[in-house]
Design a protein around this ligand. Structure first.
Ligand code: FNR
Ligand code: LAC
Length: 381
């Protein structure tokens, strides 16, 4: 298996599994509890069928969309994910460069491993900053100011992670940051020498969004402990309304699922919402975003940009979400496995496959622009 042989998500996943130490592969691949929501996320797309139209003259396809005030050349963006230099030494730089090449936006995580300022300066494409709300309010204010000074285009506050999800794969492997050289870890270094050489010969692992605020001097910390100990479970609508006012720009909530919350997001002045269950990594048993999409679009779609993520593996999944009224669709593992497999070349190949699939599928659907997609194109079984 090599990059040229990767034709879909599952090929990239297999290649990533060959390249990564087991604990890191399982951190990306895994989810909470029984991983039922992880499976549902993709399965939900298979419960409805596309109904194509014919003979509409589809030689030219326009798949551009405007979302959160940003014009994107394709309706898929790279959702913010943590720790990317652990997956491949190019990390966030590879993802940002690939996103810029394909004219789409990328997210940089509060737990990113390249600074938001460097990424904003180096890559000319819309940048989302994913915000974790910490107990330390001074840290929150400093993070907001930094994002503003850097010229971040879209602020995304993640609201589904105020405590750590129960990720049993990570408990079993002992996955933590910085990646620990436990006995199992050492063994993985020996089994995956290329990964180990790259990890050890490039710049030291760091979390530049948080600078000195995450104290790792006392040893490694698990993601679950970071969420539970450092994030503020007391965060409420009043806090967020204040953030929205202070940001005074494009602001969305990531990880919202209910109609009532979507209405409140409108009321406090958010410009977007991202339906998401964090790729099944937080509350197992929570509904797939795709299954919640129609009722949320019906309730608030005329007042706020509705996006979704979770389980997207194919161009047809994207077209189904857009047909229900999503403005754009986020992907996580879809680009993370390619990143792990081959760095920037991997992410570019994955985005190219996605763009090619969307273009082909739009032609087969009889749609030359995203605007033409509607619920008439979908039937639920
Ligand atoms: C994530 N996700 C995530 N979300 C977020 O708001 N901040 C973060 O730091 C991360 N980190 C992260 C790491 C890894 C390894 C994964 C797989 C996911 C969630 C991500 O943005 C997105 O919601 C999901 O990945 C969508 O599901 P799919 O596309 O991976 O199925
Ligand atoms: C995760 C984080 C960091 O899902 O959001 O692992």
């Amino acid at each position: 298996m090599h990059l040229g042989n990767c034709h879909n998500f599952y090929d990239f996943r297999a290649l990533a599994q060959r390249k990564l130490p087991g604990p890191i592969f399982n951190y990306i691949d895994g989810a909470a509890d029984d991983e039922a929501t992880l499976r549902q996320n993709t399965a939900s797309f298979e419960r409805c069928d596309l109904v194509p139209n014919i003979l509409r003259g589809v030689e030219k396809i326009d798949m551009s969309v405007t979302v959160m005030g940003q014009k994107l050349a394709m309706p898929v963006y790279c959702s913010p994910t943590a720790l990317q230099r652990l997956f491949h030494h190019q990390g966030e730089r590879a993802v940002a460069a690939a996103a810029a090449k394909f004219g789409t936006m990328f997210g940089v995580s509060s737990l990113g491993t390249v600074s938001l300022e460097e990424l904003r300066k180096a890559y000319d494409t819309p940048q989302v900053y994913q915000f974790y709300f910490h107990k330390d309010r001074a840290l929150n204010r400093a993070m907001m100011q930094r994002a503003k000074d850097a010229g971040i285009n879209v602020m995304a506050l993640t609201v589904d992670s105020i405590t750590g999800g129960n990720r049993e794969r990570d408990l079993r492997t002992g996955f933590s940051i910085p990646f620990q050289l436990s006995f199992g870890g050492m063994l993985q270094f020996a089994i995956k020498p290329m990964w180990a050489i790259n990890y050890l010969t490039h710049e030291r692992f760091a979390l530049p969004q948080l600078d000195e605020h995450v104290d790792m001097s006392g040893g490694a910390i698990s993601i679950g402990r970071y969420f539970t100990e450092m994030l503020d479970a007391a965060m409420n609508w009043t806090d967020v309304a204040e953030m929205v006012r202070a940001w005074n720009g494009q602001f969305c909530l990531k990880g919202l699922m209910s109609v009532a919350d979507a209405r409140r997001a409108v009321d406090i002045g958010c410009t977007g919402i991202i339906l998401s269950n964090h790729g099944g990594r937080q509350l197992d048993g929570s509904r797939a975003a795709f299954d919640q999409l129609a009722e949320i679009v019906d309730a608030v779609g005329d007042r706020i940009d509705v996006m979704m993520d979770g389980g997207v593996r194919r161009g047809t999944h994207v077209l189904k979400a857009l047909s229900l009224g999503a403005k754009a669709v986020g992907v996580g593992r879809y680009y993370l496995f390619p990143l792990a497999a081959a760095g920037q070349a991997g992410v570019e190949r994955a985005l190219n496959l996605m763009r090619t699939e969307i273009e082909r599928d739009m032609k087969l659907m009889g749609c030359s622009s995203i605007r033409e997609l509607s619920r008439a194109n979908l039937r639920f079984r």
